[in-house]
Design a protein. Structure first.
Length: 329
């Protein structure tokens, strides 16, 4: 819930960036355009969220492959057209990693803390929330879905985030344009980097495509978090009143963040609350991972012996009607 305000506003700002790139004009944040777009975004989020997890799954299944392929393809194009900057990337990364500040920061846990916080934001590994979506998947065997989940962590962090780092570092805008870099926010800094790396004729297309990807990234995250809240609420009660209340609360929190940002209020402290909430969830989840690891080993042995032909939960000492019924089918 904590990241809903930020993700909601990221959707709106990404749409605004797309329109600005396409039209070549700057649109003030406190304008009728942003208010209209915000209402549409909130309305569409409510439409999908109130349709239940199946509607959310259908929507994300359509958007995620598109945004991943477009993002990777566009960034690869930028890297290939700037091959002469690749050596600087590796030089900057390795030189920065062995500076005294980095060494002492790692020794005192500063680097670890930042890595954990940003890693959780990118893939949720160890947090336990992503398993909610995995549990709703239609898989023949839990190990198959486990492999998909592991692949998702690899693609999110090692591929997508690393490619973003390539663009930002290779562009070197903090030295080429110090004033603009210092004044820009996180997302505008990335757009400055794209502008510096894209060939002149394709500058507009690259910025438009990557703005579209960021819009889809933020939107699917926002809808997914509302769905995760709904799944968690189902563990308390599955009554329609409670589920609809959770959905409505999620949409309200997202709308609150969007309109507060448009009005000019600083909600940066929400990221600190979000980090704290995520870390608390991890501390609760990791002991459960150790407790359930024997079931994972049992399922893996059964998967390897049966070559993934089917799964019965009784074979690993669990009694769940879902996997028992699937074995019978």
């Amino acid at each position: 819930m904590f990241c809903l305000p930020a993700q909601g506003f990221n959707v709106v700002t990404s749409i605004g960036a797309m329109v600005e790139v396409a039209t070549g004009t700057s649109i003030p944040v406190q304008s009728s355009f942003y208010y209209v777009v915000s209402i549409l975004v909130v309305g569409l989020a409510a439409l999908i969220a109130f349709g239940g997890i199946k509607r959310v799954t259908r929507a994300t299944d359509a958007m995620v492959p598109v945004m991943a392929v477009v993002y990777v393809g566009t960034v690869l194009f930028l890297i290939v057209t700037n091959l002469h900057r690749v050596p600087y990337f590796f030089e900057a990364v390795f030189a920065g990693a062995f500076k005294p500040e980095a060494v002492f920061g790692g020794a005192f846990g500063v680097a670890l803390v930042q890595g954990v916080k940003r890693g959780l934001m990118s893939n949720e590994a160890g947090q336990g929330t992503i398993t909610m979506a995995a549990a709703a998947a239609d898989a023949r065997h839990p190990c198959e879905q486990g492999l998909v989940g592991a692949l998702g962590v690899f693609l999110d962090t090692h591929i997508i985030c690393t490619m973003t780092g390539f663009v930002v570092i290779m562009a070197q805008q903090w030295s080429a344009n110090p004033a603009g870099w210092e004044a820009a926010g996180t997302y505008p800094k990335f757009m400055l980097s794209i502008h510096a790396m894209a060939p002149g004729a394709l500058d507009t297309a690259a910025m438009f495509l990557l703005s579209l990807c960021f819009c889809l990234f933020a939107y699917t995250t926002m809808v997914g978090m509302i769905t995760f809240s709904e799944i968690a609420a189902n563990r308390i009660s599955s009554t329609p009143a409670l589920i609809h209340s959770i959905r409505l609360l999620g949409v309200f929190v997202a709308a609150f963040g969007i309109f507060c940002n448009i009005a000019g209020y600083d909600l940066s402290n929400l990221w600190a609350f979000s980090d704290l909430g995520n870390i608390i969830i991890v501390y609760c989840n990791i002991p459960l991972l150790y407790m359930g690891f024997r079931y994972v080993l049992g399922a893996t042995r059964q998967y390897n012996s049966d070559r993934g032909s089917g799964f019965c939960s009784d074979s690993i000492g669990l009694n769940t009607c879902c996997w028992s019924e699937q074995k019978q089918r």
